[in-house]
Every structure is written in structure tokens, then in C-alpha cells.
Design a protein around this ligand. Structure first.
Ligand code: OS5
Length: 230
């Protein structure tokens, strides 16, 4: 099976490339795509660069040009839920775009006509992840992930996102990747490990925990790949 794995930042895919070891590279549309085999699957791996636009480009190329049959996103997030501590893993049940606002026309926050506020991640991949978590002996939290083109470092903004979307974590790419995959009909999964709690200390915590949290997410994603049916 052809499986796409993407992150937003180089740090989010580096642990994956280190583990798979040997790969070929192909440059296209401003990204480097790393191709290899792992766990009996063909993988295409890339980091998109930060934000909704760059991540949508990368996901689209993975679906259209590389023929990805499933897409897995691995990376870090800001925690909203008080249950989520730095290093904890959260998988998206659904994703939304917290920065979409056409409320002037009577629409709810996050809604675009002919779309929906929430896009649900693939149920089979979420079930597989739950099994992997049990077998690895790690806690895996499931919740709503809110995406926007903002690094959130404010308790006020974080609180607004929580109350408006019932979001448990936030980041800058998952909602756009979900939108791309949903429209291409490609099952997708978004996993994030908490790097900060999106408040006043977020910038410092993010710098401190980016690498360690990215590795936690990457390790889990590769365990999922090994368990995916052929
Ligand atoms: O990809 C962005 C979203 N990620 C998840 C995340 C997050 N999102 C929103 N709010 C929060 N509190 C979040 N916590 C975790 C992480 C990432 C955040 S943007 C970080 C930008 C850091 C940076 N800027 N310049 N560099 C790093 C150096 C650099 C230089 C050249 C090339 C690349 C990077």
C-alpha cells in the first residue's frame, strides 16, 4: 500500500527519516519527497512548511501525484485540554479551522459554504491507533484539533478556540490536510504530541520540547505503519 506521512516542520519528519534509513528523493512544488519501503509498504514522506496553505499543497501532491492511499500526519501541537501534558499524544477525532470567519453572513465560525465546520478523521486508522497504544503501553488521547494560521500563545485566544469548537488541541496544518484528503477521498489520520499549552509560555516551551515531542509522535506513527494491512 502507498502511504503518505507528512509533518509541517523538518523536525517533525527527521525521526521518521532516521528510522527508515534509506530513501530516494524527488523535488516537486517546493517540497522534497522522500520515498522508501518500510513495514512492507511504499512510503512517501515530506514536510510541508508551516501553515494551512503549505500543508494543503503537500497533501494534494501526495494524493494526486504520488497516489497515496492513506495519509498520516505526525507532529506537535499546543494543548488545550487540561488532561494534556507536554509529550502526551492526541489523535484527531475531527478537525476544524478556527481562523475561518464569515460570520458577517450568518454562518458559524469555521464554516465555509459547501463545506462543514468539522471533518472527521478515518475511523479505521483511529481504531488501529487505539490498538497500537494499548500494545505500546502509552496513553492516547482522542479529541478535536483546531487549526489556524496562528501560533497561539495567549490564554484568551486558546479559551476562545476551546469554547467555540470544543477543541482539545490546536495547531496550524491538520484542518487543511483533512480538507484536502476529504476532497480526494483519501483516508487520513492526524497525530500530535503536545509541545506547549498555547499560553504565554508557549514560545519557550515549543522551542524546548519540539524535538522530543516530535519524536514521540513519529515513533507511534511508524508503529502504526508496521501494523497496517497490505
Ligand atoms: O507548524 C507549526 C504548528 N505546529 C504545532 C503547534 C502549534 N500551533 C499553533 N499554536 C501553538 N501554540 C502550537 N504549538 C505547536 C508547530 C509550528 C509552530 S510555528 C513555529 C515556527 C518556529 C520557527 N520559526 N523560524 N524558525 C523556526 C527557524 C527556521 C528557519 C529556517 C527554516 C525553518 C525554520
Amino acid at each position: 500500500m502507498k502511504i503518505a506521512i507528512m509533518g509541517a516542520m523538518r523536525e517533525e519528519i527527521d525521526p521518521i527519516l532516521e528510522t527508515v534509513g534509506t530513501y530516494t528523493t524527488l523535488e516537486h512544488a517546493g517540497n522534497i519527497f522522500y520515498e522508501c519501503t518500510y513495514g512492507g509498504h511504499e512510503l512517501v514522506i515530506a514536510y510541508s512548511k508551516i501553515g494551512k496553505v503549505f500543508s494543503a499543497i503537500t497533501a494534494s501532491v501526495m494524493c494526486e501525484r504520488f497516489g497515496a492511499e492513506k495519509l498520516l500526519f505526525s507532529g506537535v501541537a499546543g494543548g488545550i485540554s487540561k488532561e494534556l501534558k507536554i509529550g502526551d499524544l492526541v489523535m484527531a477525532s475531527s478537525l476544524c479551522q478556527h481562523d475561518v470567519d464569515i460570520t458577517a453572513f450568518g454562518h458559524p465560525y469555521g464554516f465555509i459554504p459547501e463545506g462543514s465546520v468539522m471533518i472527521e478523521a478515518d475511523q479505521e486508522l483511529r481504531s488501529l491507533a487505539a490498538e497500537v497504544a494499548v500494545d505500546m503501553g502509552v496513553d492516547l488521547y482522542e479529541g478535536i484539533i483546531a487549526t489556524g494560521d496562528q501560533f497561539v500563545a495567549s490564554s484568551e485566544r486558546k479559551g476562545w478556540i476551546e469554547s467555540t469548537f470544543q477543541a482539545d488541541a490546536l495547531e496550524m496544518e491538520g484542518g487543511s490536510v483533512a480538507c484536502v484528503c476529504h476532497n480526494f477521498g483519501v483516508p487520513f489520520f492526524v497525530l500530535r504530541s503536545i509541545s506547549d499549552t498555547a499560553d504565554g509560555d508557549a514560545g519557550i516551551d515549543f522551542d524546548t520540547f519540539l524535538q522530543s515531542s516530535a519524536k514521540i509522535s513519529a515513533t507511534f506513527i511508524l508503529e502504526m505503519v508496521k501494523r497496517l494491512g497490505h
